[in-house]
Write a protein that binds this ligand. Structure first.
Ligand code: SF4
Length: 349
């Protein structure tokens, strides 16, 4: 079989070729010496497509209670050592007001799959936020029936994030004992049909993952038409079945961020907190390899350390105002600007 070189693959990416394993793998598995060119190319594509602005999304982690038992996650229901919390609807709305006062045009409401937040309770929260603030709302609260997604969309939710984590059936089954890959995909198709701005994503460095598998993930996300794509390194949590697994790396994740930018010039791609947790400059590196979003935390610091999907998470003790200042300086230090407004997805005509 004829193999594609790194330079040939990069040319195909620059030309906007349809994503294909044959040219995605040489980029995802490129040599360290080639990686800076990959990152620079992705950065150039990002600048040309969507400019230098970095959107800040205020992240509200409103409940760490979860009915599921994902093998990589510190919030899994079988982790009896996790101290659980749930913010009240009033507290969630208050966090949203604080996010707006800090200039964030979007809040991301994220939680474990907590059944206390029934469809109607969530809809009330969404309606209150929409009545009391001007922020866009992204939901990141897992798999739900179509009727729930529909109710929340009608209540005013703008976007939904549901990471597929991997499209490889064997890896998906190994890490998601409660889930079915086809059902997860169906949730994403439903969200798209309902008109949400659609976010998904994958984890880099999962046990058994190969560049070929990651390539197929990228192709699937492209077929899905994902508009926001979150990727972070897998970081093993000591209270999970994967505690002894080898984690993902910053370099592996940066290659994936860069490849995603080449395939999705207009998508919103976050520089994830997980990157900043593995490397003090991890978020800046991601921003310079194609990313354009940062999600500063506005969860009350009294509970923030308890939202521990992975260990060593940064920014758990800093109040929201401090986080705003810190992230603004980091963005300006790499020659970028903080963007204003809701930062809705850019849809090509
Ligand atoms: S990844 Fe999400 S659904 Fe899975 S255990 Fe963690 S919080 Fe729950």
């Amino acid at each position: 079989m004829q193999t594609t070189s790194f330079q040939q693959a990069l040319s195909l990416a620059r030309a906007g070729a349809k994503p294909d394993v044959a040219w995605l793998v040489p980029l995802l598995a490129c040599a360290d010496a080639d990686a800076p060119e990959l990152y620079r190319t992705a950065d150039t594509v990002r600048a040309a497509a969507i400019g230098d602005g970095v959107y800040l999304r205020g992240l509200i982690e409103f409940s760490n209670i979860c009915r599921k038992d994902c093998a990589y996650c510190g919030l899994r229901r079988d982790n009896r050592g996790a101290e659980r919390y749930r913010l009240t609807p009033d507290q969630i709305v208050e966090c949203t007001r604080e996010a707006e006062s800090l200039g964030y045009g979007t809040v991301v409401l994220q939680s474990g799959e907590d059944p206390w937040f029934t469809a109607e309770r969530m809809a009330d929260i969404i309606r209150r936020i929409k009545a009391e603030t001007k922020v866009a709302i992204t939901l990141s609260i897992g798999e739900r029936p179509e009727a729930d997604y529909r109710l929340w969309r009608e209540a005013g939710a703008d976007r939904y994030l549901l990471r597929i984590e991997t499209t490889d059936p064997a890896i998906f089954a190994a890490i998601h004992p409660d889930d079915d890959l086809e059902e997860r995909k169906q949730c994403l198709y439903t969200l798209k049909k309902l008109g949400y701005q659609l976010g998904s994503g994958v984890m880099a460095g999962l046990p058994g993952q190969t560049p070929e598998i990651l390539s197929r993930d990228v192709i699937w996300l492209h077929e899905l038409g994902a508009e926001m794509i979150g990727v972070g390194p897998f970081i093993p949590h000591p209270a999970t079945p994967l505690k002894a697994a080898k984690g993902g790396t910053v370099e592996q994740t940066l290659r994936l961020v860069a490849v995603l930018r080449l395939v999705f010039p207009h998508a919103h791609i976050p520089a994830t907190t997980a990157m900043g947790s593995l490397d003090p400059k991890g978020r800046e590196k991601a921003l310079m390899a194609g990313a354009n979003i940062v999600m500063p935390n506005v969860t009350p610091t009294t509970v923030r350390p308890q939202y521990e999907i992975y260990p060593g998470k940064i920014c758990t003790g800093d109040d929201a105002r401090h986080c705003r200042g810190c992230i603004g300086h980091r963005i300006e230090a790499i020659g970028r600007t903080v963007a204003s407004g809701p930062g809705h997805v850019v849809r090509k005509k």
